[in-house]
Design a protein around this ligand. Structure first.
Ligand SMILES: C[S@@+](CC[C@H](N)C(=O)[O-])C[C@H]1O[C@@H](n2cnc3c(N)ncnc32)[C@H](O)[C@@H]1O
Length: 274
């Protein structure tokens, strides 16, 4: 897929997710986000960059950790996600949070470097993950920490058929690099190549709990990487992709709902040059 098309697919697909994202994903993503925040060990007064911030599930704990003397720059490609973070920062009275609509690919080297750079479950969607990791490295002070979380190996993510099911009905793959960093040692090697040292990588087994078939399909299709394509399907095609997706996760049916296996990889590294 060409890079500009992928950026549009992500931008407008995630715009559709903003209102429902926490309902479907807050509980499911918490193990990865909590591990990422633990590895980041954010201190009072620090400056934090949160790339692909979504609705701020990592931004706000980071803002609490840095306190009023710190700063969190939260960036996301989706206007709707940025609006959610901006409004929530106002509601919580957190002037240390600034949210901006920016693609991760546009991460610039700041005038004043960051102490910590985070990207929770965003790198699977970018056009050039290596370039984003290098930009996060460049945004840090020497000794600054970077922590990223991605989905793990395709074979351990029971919901992975969502991509071929949608791809068969559109002209190009909706998220071609999705599992690129999740397998083997890919994330460690990428972080090394981006210049990080002292790298630690954790694999976390997860379960995606859905109370009903509607919940499983809502989480998969309502927002995110396949949402833009899905929104253009007619009703018959929507029914068809729901059926195919539910068939693909049938082995994890549990009562009225589903318990689908998943895996996260969380990696931390330090900018070790001076
Ligand atoms: C799964 S959500 C993760 C959000 C948040 N970090 C969290 O942990 O809940 C992925 C986010 O990546 C954003 N995204 C996708 N492609 C992006 C890109 N190229 N640049 C910046 N953000 C992007 C989406 O808009 C979405 O908010």
């Amino acid at each position: 897929m060409d890079a500009r098309l992928q950026l549009r697919v992500q931008r407008y697909g995630w715009d559709r997710a903003a209102a429902v994202y926490q309902h479907y994903w807050e509980r499911q993503l918490a193990p990865a986000q909590q591990r990422l925040l633990a590895l980041a060990d954010i201190q009072r007064g620090e400056r934090v960059l949160d790339v692909a911030c979504g609705t701020g599930l990592v931004t706000f704990p980071a803002a609490d950790a840095v306190g009023p003397t710190g700063f969190v720059l939260a960036m996301d490609i989706s206007d709707e996600m940025v609006k959610v973070v901006t409004l929530e920062a106002e509601r919580r009275g957190l002037p240390q949070v600034r949210a901006e609509r920016l693609a991760a690919e546009e991460t610039a080297t700041p005038d004043k470097p960051f102490d910590v750079a985070l990207c929770a479950l965003g790198l699977m969607y970018v056009t050039d993950p290596m370039a984003v990791l290098r930009a996060m490295h460049a945004a840090l002070r020497p000794g600054g920490r970077c922590v990223v979380a991605v989905w793990g190996a395709r074979a351990r993510c029971g919901w992975a058929e969502i991509f071929p099911i949608v791809d068969r009905r559109v002209r190009s793959e909706v998220c071609p690099l999705f599992f690129q960093l999740g397998g083997g040692d890919a994330l460690r090697i990428s972080m090394q190549q981006a210049g990080f040292g002292d790298i630690q990588v954790d694999r976390i087994a997860a379960t995606l709990d859905y109370d009903s078939p509607e919940d499983a399909c809502g989480a998969a299709f309502a927002g995110g990487p396949v949402a833009l394509a899905y929104s253009r399907f007619d009703d018959a095609t929507k029914d068809e992709v729901h059926r195919e997706y539910l068939d693909s996760i049938a082995e994890w049916k549990h009562g009225d709902g589903y318990r689908v296996p998943g895996e996260f990889v969380v990696a931390s590294g330090v900018r070790s040059d001076t």
